[in-house]
Design a protein around this ligand. Structure first.
Ligand code: PMP
Length: 395
């Protein structure tokens, strides 16, 4: 067959995509084995039935044709009002593009700001798709490394130095963070904002976990002085409303950026199904109740897991403030995150994500998703700690 593009063949840099343990766990489950899966960021509840009723009513009412490419007007207005209320930044419907999920928003945002071969910075550890998304947009993906000892917060100086060295065009950040659960404090975001202004970078701010903050408060960097004009915010209904499968998200950006992104959407996705948008509108108009109900189990389970971890010395949690994960330091075992995750799956049938799947900065760590019922989760963590202890004692 003819040759494929280097863009597509080099998405994973010819290596792995980091999801091997997850695939192996799924294969074991398919073969009938019992596995406690603490891998992907998917809730153990499904989309609320009232939202599904709204979706069905919309589809039955005829909203199954092409929808407006930028998004239906009332949904764009609703998201604009929500963003204005939560950030204080005046935001209108013309600042909002509806996308098929946050993932498509991340891709469109990078396509909007990068020319082929331009460097896009992103913070390591990172959500597993980030480098591939940048490469899909023909960008050069350059990680900004962070340290566990500093709660994986990025240094503005490192951002500035890498931006200068690579003549970078953009920086991608994610707070609350997947995989670390870190919520960037105001001083960190201010320093990042200053670096972006100093080096004239676009800031792509992935805020898909903004409803899952357990300590402190979520601050959108778009609200910092001088940042609204250079920030593209990525949002999504996936995590906030347990609507992962509905594929609905958005970009909030300056109006001229949204105008160009609408051109892009016209020539790529051609928008999001109308009945999905109507369901999202219904969910958002229901107020804060449903999203609080969706996030509550993660706060509760996080407390239970931290309580359990306090009883063990073999594994420690990285201090975190949000999102549906905990990052655990397993370096006392002497194993890599990958080796530990593989061994744990083999020996105990518990599946976790190796830290290395999220970048070099997370080596020697594992990420656990708080996505199984409370008692099973605590049992799995206890078992994981005992397992780690056997290695730590031998190390
Ligand atoms: N950003 C982050 C940090 C994520 O964890 C995810 C999904 N796990 C996404 C974006 C994409 O989410 P979706 O496309 O479902 O909105």
């Amino acid at each position: 067959m003819p040759q494929l593009s280097t863009r597509i063949t080099s998405l994973n840099e010819g290596g792995s995509d980091g999801w091997e343990v997850f695939y192996r766990a799924r294969a074991l489950v398919a073969a009938g084995e019992q596995v406690t899966e603490l891998t992907i960021g998917e809730h153990d509840i499904r989309t609320d039935s009232a939202v599904l009723d709204a979706m069905n009513a919309s589809a039955q009412g005829g909203h199954t044709g092409y929808a407006m490419v930028p998004g239906i007007a009332p949904l764009r207005a609703e998201i604009a009002a929500r963003v204005t209320a939560r950030t204080g930044v005046p935001t209108g419907a013309a600042n909002v593009l509806i996308t098929p999920g946050g993932q498509a928003a991340l891709f469109a945002a990078h396509l909007a700001v990068l020319d082929p071969g331009d460097t896009a910075l992103y913070i390591d550890p990172f959500y597993a798709t980030y480098p591939g998304t940048i490469r899909a947009a023909s960008g050069v993906a350059v990680p900004v490394r962070t340290r566990a000892a500093n709660a994986f917060l990025p240094s503005a100086q490192a951002i500035e130095e890498l931006a200068f060295e690579h003549e970078a065009r953009s920086l991608l950040i994610n707070t609350p963070n997947n995989p670390t659960g870190t919520v960037y404090p105001a001083d960190c975001l201010q320093a990042i904002a200053a670096a972006c202004q100093h080096r004239d970078l676009w800031l792509i701010s992935d805020e898909v976990y903004d409803t899952q903050v357990w300590e402190g408060a979520h601050l959108s960097p778009r609200a910092l002085p001088g940042m609204a004009e250079r920030t593209l915010v990525v949002g999504s209904m996936s995590k906030s409303h347990a609507m992962t499968g509905s594929r609905i998200g958005w970009i909030v950006a300056p109006e001229p950026v949204i105008e160009r992104l609408i051109d892009l959407a016209t020539n790529t996705t051609y928008g999001v199904p109308g009945f999905i948008q109507d369901a999202a509108l219904f969910a958002l108009r229901t107020g804060d109740g449903p999203e609080a109900a969706v996030s509550a189990p993660f706060l509760r389970r996080r407390a239970r897991v931290l309580e359990e971890l306090a009883r063990h010395e073999s594994v420690t949690a990285i201090p975190s403030q949000g999102a549906m994960y905990l990052m655990l330091d397993i370096r006392r075992t002497g194993l890599s995150g990958r080796a530990f995750a593989e061994a744990l799956l083999d020996a105990r049938r518990i599946a976790v994500m190796p830290g290395e799947s999220f970048g070099q900065s997370a080596a020697g760590h594992i990420r656990v998703a708080l996505t199984v019922d409370d008692d099973s989760l605590v049992r799995a963590i206890r078992c994981l700690c005992t397992f780690a202890r056997e290695y730590a004692d031998a190390a």
